[in-house]
Ligand binder design. Structure first.
Ligand SMILES: Nc1ncnc2c1ncn2[C@@H]1O[C@H](COP(=O)(O)OP(=O)(O)OP(=O)(O)O)[C@@H](O)[C@H]1O
Ligand code: SF4
Ligand SMILES: [Mg+2]
Length: 363
């Protein structure tokens, strides 16, 4: 594994479009903190803490973390769809430069579907069960654009065709007449036909079998390139995120552990949690199965004080009782770990075994 100094050089040379320099982000989260609140509005528990990242036009960014790490709550806040029991208590969400908190509920509703679209894990929830798909798509088009019925129908049919469905038949079908894969493709059509700047795809393939999941992700990737929208791809599957995204962020216990270009994180993860996640994945190309690391401790075990990963981290040291700040390692690669300040990377690499012990690539 390279040293940090070598790595910094590598990170500088990573080419991820021009977005680091001149292009404004589509979505920018700064210091986003979300808490559950009681009936009186008093904070009960912080679920997402000081999360910050940006997504640029035309890029797919991954948000990965185990169950309960705060991915969907973060996404719901971006959509303006937090339940009443949750509230943004600090930080800012900006879409195309507009602070979403400055908008009225009516303005935010208008943004949903038109500027931000959501693709759910539960594709059945994307459609009303007893209305034909075509009628629902046409209504969606006409709720955002004042176009004649025939034009809305043509848009709906075109998009059903673009997601590789038999457009005429699906247009006339009820949701229950379609397979899971077909429904998820129809929901991609519903999301993309409004030409949103941002699509949030929250575990879009988890409920599908492997083949249908791959087809949906291939489609999303292709149509994203064609429409140049930004995608926040949320998954608990590190392999999917490594394969599909140009940048990624790793969450644990409501905080970001590491973020940066996917290639840099794959080749030189800096946070112990990311390193262990990588270690815990089998290699597709390894000829001889290697030893996989099991992340110690209980999944989801977090400390309320200090580094949230401390209960499971084999490297914790005295300063870990304080929350580590996100620290720049390369130009756009950040990680939050006290070891980065204490020169502990050699200890960490030795203890974890280094993720280069197996030949092959990470899935
Ligand atoms: N409405 C709610 N009220 C109180 N707590 C909630 C609510 N919704 C989610 N939480 C809590 O917030 C935390 C983050 O949940 P979230 O759904 O964002 O996790 P996730 O990373 O999306 O997990 P998964 O991979 O299982 O979808 C969890 O501890 C969850 O129990
Ligand atoms: S800050 Fe401490 S406990 Fe947290 S990951 Fe780093 S070494 Fe481990
Ligand atoms: Mg979720």
């Amino acid at each position: 594994m390279s040293t940090t100094a070598e790595y910094v050089e590598k990170a500088e040379s990573v080419t991820v479009n021009d977005w680091t320099r001149s292009i404004a982000p589509v979505l920018q989260l700064s210091n986003l903190t979300i808490a559950s609140v009681n009936r009186k509005g008093k904070i009960v528990k912080e679920l997402v803490k000081e999360v910050g990242f940006s997504i640029y036009p035309g890029e797919m960014m991954g948000l990965v973390g185990e169950s309960g790490s705060g991915k969907s709550v973060t996404a719901a806040a971006v959509m303006g769809m937090l339940p009443k029991t949750l509230r943004v208590t600090d930080g800012e969400i900006s879409l195309n430069g507009t602070n979403l908190a400055s908008l009225s509920e009516k303005e935010r509703r208008r943004l949903r579907g038109k500027k931000i679209a959501y693709v759910f894990q539960n594709y059945q929830g994307s459609f009303t069960p007893f209305l034909k798909i075509g009628k629902q798509l046409v209504e969606a088009v006409r709720s955002h654009e004042s176009v004649p019925l025939q034009e809305a129908k043509a848009i709906a049919l075109e998009w059903l065709h673009r997601v590789q469905l038999p457009a005429d038949r699906v247009y006339e079908s009820y949701p229950f007449q379609l397979s899971g894969g077909q429904l998820q493709r129809a929901s991609l059509a519903a999301a993309l036909m409004m030409k949103p700047s941002l699509i949030i795809a929250d575990e879009p393939t988890t409920a599908l079998d492997v083949l249908n999941g791959k087809q949906v992700m291939d489609l999303l990737a292709r149509l994203q390139k064609e429409t140049h929208c930004a995608v926040l791809f949320i998954s608990h599957d590190l392999g999917h995120v490594l394969k599909r995204t140009v940048r990624m962020a790793v969450m644990y216990g409501g905080r970001l552990m590491e973020s940066g270009p996917t290639e840099s994180i794959r080749s030189n993860p800096q946070h112990p949690y990311t390193q262990m996640l990588l270690q815990a994945r089998p290699l597709v190309t390894a000829r001889i199965p290697g030893k996989l690391t099991v992340i110690p401790g209980e999944p989801g075990a977090i400390t309320d004080q200090g580094c949230p990963f401390a209960l499971r981290c084999p490297f914790r040291i005295e300063p870990c009782t304080h929350v580590p700040a996100m620290t720049a390692i390369g130009k756009t690669h950040l990680a939050a770990c006290h070891m980065l300040h204490t020169g502990g990377e050699e200890i960490r690499e030795a203890a974890v075994g280094g993720q280069t012990t197996q030949s092959g690539i990470w899935r």
